[in-house]
Design a protein around this ligand. Structure first.
Ligand code: UDP
Ligand code: MG
Length: 327
C-alpha cells in the first residue's frame, strides 16, 4: 500500500530468489543466514532456490530446508545459466517485492534492510552497485569497462555500470519483466530497459565463501557479446561505416592512379599494394559477415521459440505462504 507521499507503509510479502549452480559447500550455511536476515525485516517471505542443473549434492542439501522453513526449490532439467535460473524464480514467485541474491555470500545480507528501506520510500527497483572490482583480474576489469562503454553508446537506455543481479524489485517491475517475450534473457539490459523509479546503492562485494565461480572467460565473453548484439546495433553500424570508409578511400585511390597514369606515365610495379588491398578487403568482408551472422543467430534462437528453461522438480510449493509462520 502506498500513502499519498508515495511511501509504502508495511513491509512487503518478500520473495527471495537464489540461483545455485554447484553450491553444495556453501548453500547449507547460506539459507539459514538468509532466513534469519529476512525474519528481521518482514513477517512474511518465501525463499525460492533455483537449482540450475548442479552436478554436486546441492539439490539434496536444499531439500530438507523446504520442510520446516518458507523455502521452495525449483530444479531445472540441466544447467541453463544464471539468467535462465533467475527467470525461473521470477516466474514462480508471488511476492509483492522480489529480491535477487547470489548464494555465495558475495552479496552482503546486511544490505537487505537498506534495500527494503528504499522500497518503502517508494522506489520500484533498488540495485546494488559494486564499489570496486578489486580481486578481479586486469582482463576482466578492462573487459567490463569496454562492455559498459559500448552498451552506453549503443542503447537508448542507460545500463548502469557495475550493477548486477543483486536487486530488489516491486511487483510492477516483475510483471514487466515477465511480459517481455524474448528468449535471450540479457538481464542487465532488460532491467534498464523496463525503467521504473530506480536507485543504485553502493556495496562492497564480499569474498566468495566456498566453491568457485561458474563464470569462465568463455561464458563471460559470450554473455557480453550476446548482450551487445541483443541490445544494440552498434556492430552493424561499425561495419557499415568501415565499408563506407574503404569505398571512399578506394575511389580516391582510383583518381590518384588515373592522375599518375595520365601525367606521369604507367607504373607497372605495384603488386604488393594489390595483394594488401585484396587481403584487407577480404578480411573486412568476412568480419562483416560474422557480425551479420551474430544477429541472424539471435533471430534464429528467438524464432525457435524454445522455453528459456525447463523445470524438472519442484519442492515446497504445495504450502501456502500463510501456512508456515516466518517466526
Ligand atoms: N549460477 C547459476 N548458474 C550458472 C552459474 C552461476 O545459477 O550457470 C549462480 C551461482 O550459483 C551463484 C550466482 O549464480 O549463486 C553467481 O555465480 P558466481 O558466483 O559463479 O558468479 P560471480 O559472483 O563470479 O559473478
Ligand atoms: Mg559469486
Amino acid at each position: 500500500m502506498m500513502n499519498e507521499a508515495g511511501k509504502r507503509q508495511t513491509p512487503p510479502y518478500l520473495s527471495c530468489i537464489v540461483p545455485v549452480f554447484n553450491e553444495g559447500e556453501v548453500i547449507t550455511s547460506f539459507i539459514p543466514a538468509l532466513v534469519n536476515q529476512l525474519k528481521a525485516v518482514t513477517d512474511c517471505f518465501e525463499v525460492i532456490v533455483v537449482d540450475d542443473g548442479s552436478t554436486d549434492n546441492t539439490l539434496a542439501r536444499v531439500m530438507p530446508f523446504c520442510e520446516n522453513l518458507p523455502v521452495k526449490l525449483i530444479g531445472l532439467s540441466r544447467n541453463f545459466g544464471k539468467e535462465a535460473a533467475l527467470t525461473a524464480g521470477i516466474d514462480a514467485c508471488e511476492g509483492e517485492a522480489v529480491l535477487l541474491i547470489d548464494a555465495d555470500f558475495q552479496h552482503p545480507l546486511a544490505m537487505i534492510p537498506v534495500f527494503l528501506d528504499y522500497w518503502q520510500q517508494g522506489y520500484d527497483m533498488v540495485y546494488g552497485v559494486r564499489k570496486d572490482r578489486k580481486g578481479e583480474s586486469f582482463l576482466k576489469k578492462k573487459g567490463a569497462d569496454s562492455f559498459y562503454r559500448i552498451m552506453g553508446y549503443g542503447t537508448g537506455v542507460n545500463v548502469p555500470a557495475n550493477a548486477g543481479d543483486f536487486r530488489l524489485m516491486s511487483r510492477n517491475v516483475v510483471n514487466a519483466l515477465k511480459a517481455l517475450p524474448e528468449r535471450g534473457r540479457f538481464m542487465k539490459g532488460i532491467y534498464a530497459w523496463v525503467g521504473f523509479n530506480s536507485i543504485g546503492v553502493p556495496f562492497d562485494v564480499q569474498e566468495r565463501r566456498a566453491g568457485q565461480t561458474g563464470w569462465s572467460y568463455r561464458k563471460l565473453t559470450s554473455l557480453a557479446l550476446s548482450g551487445i548484439t541483443s541490445f544494440t546495433t552498434v556492430p552493424l553500424r561499425v561495419v557499415g561505416i568501415l565499408g563506407l570508409t574503404i569505398s571512399v578511400v578506394s575511389v580516391l585511390y582510383a583518381f590518384f592512379i588515373i592522375f599518375t597514369t595520365l601525367f606521369l606515365g604507367t607504373d607497372e610495379a605495384g603488386w604488393p599494394s594489390i595483394v594488401t588491398a585484396i587481403t584487407f578487403i577480404g578480411g573486412v568482408q568476412l568480419l562483416s559477415l560474422g557480425v551479420l551472422g551474430e544477429y541472424i543467430a539471435g533471430i534464429f534462437n528467438e524464432v525457435k521459440q524454445r522455453p528459456t528453461y525447463l523445470v524438472d522438480k519442484r519442492f515446497g510449493f504445495e504450502k501456502e505462504h500463510n501456512d508456515i509462520p516466518a517466526h
